[in-house]
Ligand binder design. Structure first.
Ligand code: F3S
Length: 376
């Protein structure tokens, strides 16, 4: 493949991976079980990206492994988004030609791209990478746009970083002095403090949803691609094993006050409350929607869901009730949809990731956000 026997375009894709791997000290390429692409926004400014995609398509290439893709950007929400993401339909078509699964979700691991323990992957999208490594026990680095695609097209990734045992063990011990858990805030603070090492959190019985939202916040506020929870995540049966019999490089303690300090003091000033970053699962939505089925809120409320979960949710009476009460249910990425705005409403969110990336957004815990929406 590298010598061009399968064509010069795929040779260049593989050569890109070889250079990328050499830069990180990789000794070899390894086959992957799946890919997940981050390049789902049809922005008018991504011309170089479209040129590469066109080259792949013209050469008749298709992805060699099951490959999913991140959410769409809310290109049909308003005129400004329609202009900014004016290449969306063309990009969607290119991805279809390449054989990419049109799941349009950053929570690809719920249904369309479910790895097994130990699988080598080439995923981008930091929140999905985090979940795959930490919760599912699969192995992937935080790849970038185009690197993810080169891997999907060739079926290989360079072996370095989180593909190797020695880089997956715990480095920093995180102790908790918390009486009321707020997993997104905890993830945000760990990301900010630990930055790019592998944290090991003292045992806490986080739900799958909490792990998703905590991991997303951690991967945004820091460069973390893997965490462990003592006695909960697959590679952390106990402290000795997860630290490979070595002492932690450092220990940090996160308290209830730390979580509290992240919260805005004035949640009631919010005009728009956004739930779902990473996108809401079906189960998460059902639980959340219960709070909005009786009364109309004074706030604008967005639920951003996994598209497949949204289709199922639309069949329920609960969906009809919350729509009647003014809740808007979408399946796009709220960050991209809200980034292109002339004058944006004041945003409040229980998502540590959206809070980190969306300029001017305020954070409150999930309970506080629900309370704020329900105040009459
Ligand atoms: Fe997903 Fe967009 Fe948030 S890709 S994690 S919904 S920023």
């Amino acid at each position: 493949m590298l010598n061009g026997e399968q064509g010069h375009v795929i040779a260049r894709a593989l050569k890109t991976l070889v250079h990328y791997g050499k830069a990180f000290g990789a000794q070899r390429l390894v086959p992957i079980k799946s890919a997940h692409l981050a390049g789902s926004f049809g922005s008018i400014s991504y011309s170089a990206y479209y040129i590469v995609l066109e080259q792949f398509i013209k050469a008749g290439l298709r992805v060699k492994v099951p490959t999913t893709i991140n959410p769409r950007p809310g290109h049909d929400l308003n005129l400004l988004n329609r202009i900014a993401f004016g290449k969306q339909n063309a990009l969607d078509f290119k991805m279809q030609q390449l054989g990419v699964t049109p799941n349009y979700s950053c929570v690809c691991y719920e249904k369309d791209n479910v790895p097994n323990v130990g699988d080598c992957l080439a995923w981008s999208e930091s929140s999905a990478v985090q979940f795959a490594n930490s919760v599912l026990g699969a192995r992937t680095n935080r790849n970038s746009l185009l690197i993810d695609l080169c891997s999907a097209i060739t079926g290989f990734t360079p072996e370095f970083g989180y593909l190797l045992d020695e880089n997956r063990r715990g480095r920093i011990l995180v102790k908790l002095k918390i009486s009321k858990m707020d997993s997104a805030a905890l993830g945000f603070i760990i990301g900010r403090e630990v930055v790019n090492k592998v944290p090991v959190i003292e045992h806490f019985n986080f739900s799958r949803t909490e792990l998703k939202n905590m991991g997303g916040a951690m991967a945004a506020a820091g460069g973390i691609a893997m965490f462990h929870v003592e006695g909960l995540t697959p590679e952390a049966p106990d402290m000795k094993t997860v630290f490979a019999n070595a002492p932690p490089e450092a220990t940090i303690t996160i308290t209830q006050d730390d979580l509290q300090n992240l919260q805005t003091k004035k949640p009631q000033q919010a005009e728009l409350v956004v739930f779902g970053c990473p996108q809401l699962t079906y189960e998460e939505t059902i639980e959340l929607a219960e709070y909005f089925k009786e009364n109309r809120s004074k706030k604008n409320i967005w639920f951003c869901m996994i598209p497949e979960a949204k289709l199922r949710f639309e069949q329920t009476d609960l969906y009809k009730n919350i729509r009647k009460n003014g809740v808007q249910v979408f399946s796009h990425c709220p960050l991209s949809a809200l980034t292109v705005q002339i004058s944006r409403k004041k945003v409040l969110t229980p998502s540590g990731k959206l809070f980190y990336y969306l300029k001017g957004a305020e954070y409150s815990s999930l309970d506080e956000c629900i309370k704020t929406c329900r105040e009459m």
